[in-house]
Design a protein around this ligand. Structure first.
Ligand SMILES: Nc1ncnc2c1ncn2[C@@H]1O[C@H](COP(=O)(O)OP(=O)(O)O)[C@@H](O)[C@H]1O
Ligand SMILES: [Mg+2]
Length: 249
């Protein structure tokens, strides 16, 4: 059974078709990379999955339940966690408190009191190696540390599906590798499916994804196991012909 399934999803903004008839599925615990150039529809697709937008056409299923028109705030408790492309921490609160907020809005939200949420945060902080920042104000973190905290907040939701939109953009390749490796190993341990959406074929995402989907102007042009996707001439043309980090992907 699939964890998340999209069937023929179309999302338009006025006359612009941002996501065009896209279908795919992801299984429990799977790591899926969605790649596409700027404007190809990744963030819009992400927002259809987390309920920020409802599609004009098509259906979204989570655990076989139709969530096409389920509001965003009801999806987190179902197990859909997310990071934000631009992290928005509570700057004056500590890292621990920021991560605890994730626990409160996640799958265990209603069952947890504040102390229990802080305990979940401590577990995540330890697992992510953020111990030395635990009681720091979030506003004092470096951009990389903020991104880690943001991912920690999403993990504290105890999601079944974790959506990451460019969570690693702008980071040093070595930091990206480390972070992706850590997220994937937590995902495997806790059976969390991960969808990472990235503009460039990032070495870490591509190297570790089980499956790649390529979006081009809102359409899904490739959906295949990573090896096959990377051998596809459309992927090669779109990405691997370019210079930079894509070369060693
Ligand atoms: N809220 C919006 N209103 C109008 N157009 C939008 C909106 N969000 C995205 N778009 C347009 O939809 C297309 C896909 O954008 P987006 O999903 O952000 O792509 P990506 O994340 O792959 O860069 C682009 O042409 C973009 O300008
Ligand atoms: Mg985007």
């Amino acid at each position: 059974m699939s964890l998340l399934r999209l069937e023929n999803v179309t999302k338009q903004f006025g006359g612009l078709v941002a996501v065009n008839n896209v279908s795919f599925e992801i299984k429990e615990g799977e790591f899926l990379g969605i790649v596409g150039t700027n404007g190809s529809g990744k963030t819009t697709l992400f927002n259809v999955i987390n309920g920020v937008f409802f599609p004009e056409q098509g259906r979204v299923f989570f655990n076989d339940m139709d969530i096409t028109r389920t509001p965003s705030y009801k999806r987190a408790p179902l197990g859909i966690g997310r990071t934000f492309q631009i992290p928005r921490p509570f700057a004056s609160a500590t890292v621990r408190e920021n991560i605890a907020v994730g626990a409160m809005f996640g799958t265990m939200g209603k069952q947890l009191n504040v102390d229990q949420s802080l305990e979940v945060a401590d577990h995540v902080i330890e697992r992510m190696g953020l111990g030395k920042h635990r009681l720091k104000s979030a506003g004092l973190l470096t951009p990389v540390e903020k991104k880690l905290m943001e991912i920690g907040r999403a993990l504290a939701m105890r999601p079944r599906l974790l959506l990451m939109d460019e969570a690693m953009a702008g980071m040093h390749p070595n930091d990206i590798d480390d972070m992706v490796e850590m997220i994937i190993s937590i995902g495997k341990e806790e059976n969390i499916a991960i969808v990472a959406m990235v503009e460039h074929i990032m070495r870490a995402v591509v190297g570790m994804a089980e499956k790649l989907i390529v979006l081009d102007q809102g359409e899904k042009i490739v959906d295949a196991p990573t090896d096959e996707a990377l051998a596809d001439s459309r992927v090669v043309d779109a990405y691997l012909g370019k210079s930079g980090e894509t070369k060693d992907a």
